[in-house]
Design a protein around this ligand. Structure first.
Ligand SMILES: [Ca+2]
Ligand SMILES: [Ca+2]
Ligand SMILES: [Ca+2]
Length: 202
């Protein structure tokens, strides 16, 4: 009993001595992207949030959908994936079930800051692209002219200051920058075509 009172007294004293510090109460990320990628590689199926058996950009979209639900405080019935949010360029719409929500609430805090947010979605995209083949920007398992053309359309949009969507930005950042100069442009596209012609003539 005495000890408890002492502890409380010490806690009170230290609380009064500590100036208000917003950083102490705002949750902070506990994991870097690199640390999360390690976890992802060892337990990828934890992050299949729409329960379709694969982890892809659509699972990142589910995290974003859950994030907006939590912000608005109201559940939505469906997840709508626009064509630019899937690297296959296909629209899809599916029921957002409680099982999906439960899985996101359990495993969706990927940066470890105790909240589900768009940062978690970006961690998942970074991990997803991290084990894909460089240059295969449409994720169909082969490097060919389709990839070069996707790089070129990204480059032309960028050169006239059209902001690309988030998934495309990450896709290009992780897979499209073949010569590693920090941008995706016609040099990367021609490099993709060169690689393709090498494979084609083998
Ligand atoms: Ca999935
Ligand atoms: Ca988080
Ligand atoms: Ca491809």
């Amino acid at each position: 009993m005495k000890k408890t009172v002492m502890t409380i007294a010490i806690l009170l004293a230290s609380a009064m001595a500590t100036p208000f510090n917003a950083a102490a109460i705002v949750p902070q990320p506990q994991k870097t992207v690199e640390e999360f990628i390690e976890i992802y590689r060892n337990s990828e199926d934890q992050f299949d949030f729409n329960l379709d058996g694969v982890v892809d950009t659509i699972d990142a979209k589910c995290v974003l959908t859950r994030y907006s639900e939590l912000v608005v405080g109201k559940n939505t019935n469906v997840v709508v994936v626009d064509e630019y949010e899937s690297e296959k360029g296909e629209q899809s719409i599916f029921e957002f079930t409680d099982k999906m929500r439960e899985k996101i609430d359990e495993f969706g805090d990927m940066d470890g800051d105790s909240i589900i947010s768009s940062i978690d979605s970006s961690y998942l995209l970074a991990a997803y692209y991290s084990d894909k083949e460089a240059g295969d920007v449409n994720i169909d398992g082969k490097l060919d002219a389709r990839d070069a053309s996707k790089m070129l359309s990204f480059y032309s949009a960028n050169s006239v200051n059209i902001q690309s969507d988030y998934v495309t930005e990450k896709n290009m950042e992780y897979l499209g920058d073949l010569n590693g100069d920090g941008k995706v442009d016609s040099t990367d596209a021609s490099y993709a075509l060169l690689e393709y012609s090498k494979i084609a003539t083998e």
